[in-house]
Design a binder for this molecule. Structure first.
Ligand SMILES: NC(=O)c1ccc[n+]([C@@H]2O[C@H](COP(=O)([O-])OP(=O)(O)OC[C@H]3O[C@@H](n4cnc5c(N)ncnc54)[C@H](O)[C@@H]3O)[C@@H](O)[C@H]2O)c1
Ligand SMILES: N[C@H](CO)Cc1c[nH]c[nH+]1
Ligand SMILES: [Zn+2]
Length: 435
């Protein structure tokens, strides 16, 4: 990991220090994804089979998972894994139910009631990655809030293995959360299928979930097409920023950095500390623990674009973190709550040495589908609200219109929108004539 001193850097070097791994093939990626989307729109299921053969090296017979496959998947899983999936689902559900938006009704003037009502988005499409590692936990993170919101139809895509089957634990988790249909599709072709529909895959209103560069680019492209689908957020390669003080345990700090570095070669991890000693120890620990990891080759690629940065104080560390807007922020300091008020941009925050990021990935109850690439500046992670529309309602009585009609008419006149003004004044005149 590259080592830097924040206070020795000029502005250009600071930008460089916090830059995400370059999407060096951005143009090629954009064009490649455009091509995949066009192919799926034109060729439907036939194109999906061809693309799966090309990119997932699997010969798909049926695109949809059938009942026999669901049953075989459930039967094949270790009971301990099924229990852990159910345990995680229960905590995710508990938190997401409690954090869900509630309907609101406010009398903003006598006779004027304004309400917010919530309606589920009709048909949603979930993407569960399985390229480098199948992620049943992501099926929980996407399926549980969709179920709580009450979406009419929940569709899920996840890439098939070379044997043409989906990961068994992904299927079990999908079923557990009430997903209606699962398709053995990955990459930008899965996104195109859910955004535009094919003979097998229904067209969805909104797409959710993380994925690699092809998936994320696919989501961005379909969301900018009015005929495509809305998306939750750009949730790309995983990242973590750790702020550690001199008393932090370097073994824990290194383990947390490595936990996100192992996601993929384009992941990025950053450690900020005012303690040179802690930076030294953590760097040595990263090297030592990395050698023990089965995904060491992936980790090493991620570490090549990761940073250890010396700062002059914990307050400066929080400033730098806000600037980076990490997907995950870990505060491994003696008094983490004291820093929390200063946190302005982060997908999810972990307080203290006993809160590894891994618990948020699986089963603390929070959602792990979070904005990456600095989007935490303006986006939030997936929640029940992501699956809902908020519709406002206003009920106005005679008294209410007498109260707020003049204000409306004045503002309409100022905007020179005469028809708007008259929609009020004609009614007020009628009320006058009746009284
Ligand atoms: N931000 C979050 O909330 C979050 C959560 C979980 C995972 N992640 C990230 O999701 C990503 C998962 O990526 P993954 O690769 O393991 O799985 P994936 O399912 O996202 O991607 C695999 C698919 O990519 C397509 N593909 C691969 N190479 C291609 C090529 N050359 N051209 C066109 N398509 C190609 C294939 O169709 C394949 O099915 C990781 O980067 C991980 O860090 C992010
Ligand atoms: N850390 C990932 C989100 O960036 C989520 C995940 C799933 N499984 C393990 N980790
Ligand atoms: Zn993770």
């Amino acid at each position: 990991m590259k080592r830097l001193d924040w206070n020795a850097l000029d502005e250009t070097a600071r930008l460089e220090a916090l830059a995400r791994p370059a999407q060096s093939r951005a143009d090629e990626l954009r064009r490649g994804v455009e091509q995949i989307i066009a192919t799926v729109r034109e060729g439907g299921d036939t194109a999906l089979r061809e693309l799966s053969a090309k990119y997932d090296r699997c010969a798909l017979q049926a695109i949809a998972v059938d009942e026999t496959e669901f049953a075989a998947a459930e039967a094949s899983l270790d009971p301990a894994l099924k229990a852990a999936i159910r345990e995680a689902a229960a905590r995710i559900e508990a938190f997401h139910r409690a954090a869900a938006l509630q309907p609101v009704a406010v009398d903003t003037a006598p006779g004027v009631r304004v309400e917010r009502m919530l309606r589920p988005i009709g048909r949603v499409g979930l993407y569960v990655p399985a390229g480098s590692a199948p992620l049943p936990s992501t099926a929980l993170m996407l399926g549980v809030p969709a179920h709580i919101a009450g979406c009419r139809e929940v569709v899920l895509c996840s890439p098939a293995r070379a044997d043409g089957r989906c990961d068994e634990a992904v299927l079990y988790a999908a079923r557990l959360t009430g997903v209606h249909k699962v398709f053995k599709l990955g990459g930008a072709q899965a996104i195109a299928a859910m955004a535009y529909g094919t003979e097998s895959v229904p067209k969805c209103d909104k797409l959710f979930g993380p994925g690699n560069a092809w998936v994320t680019e696919g989501k961005l492209q379909v969301s900018s097409d009015p005929e495509g689908a809305a998306i939750d957020m750009p949730a790309g390669p995983s990242e973590v920023l750790v702020i550690a003080d001199a008393g932090a345990n370097p073994v824990f700090v290194a383990a947390d950095l490595l936990s996100q570095a192992e996601h993929g070669p384009d992941s990025q991890v950053i450690l900020l500390s005012p303690s040179a000693g802690l930076l030294d120890q953590a760097a040595a620990e990263v090297e030592r623990q990395c050698a023990e990891l089965p995904r060491g080759a992936i980790v090493n690629q991620a570490l090549a674009q990761s940073r250890l940065i010396a700062v002059d104080s914990l307050a400066q560390a929080v400033e730098v973190s806000n600037r980076y807007a990490p997907e995950h922020l870990i505060l491994q300091v003696a008094a983490p709550r004291a820093l929390l008020d200063g946190v302005e941009s982060a997908g999810s925050v972990f307080l203290g040495q006993w809160a590894p990021e891994s618990v948020g990935d699986y089963c603390s109850g929070s959602n792990h589908v979070l904005p990456t690439y600095g989007y935490a500046r303006s986006y939030s992670g997936v929640s029940v609200a992501s699956y809902q529309k908020q519709i406002s309602v206003q009920e106005v009585s005679e008294e209410g219109l007498r109260n707020i009609g003049p204000c409306t008419a004045t503002l309409a006149a100022a905007e020179q929108l005469e028809a708007h003004r008259r929609a009020v004044t004609l009614r007020l005149a009628t009320l006058e004539s009746l009284s």
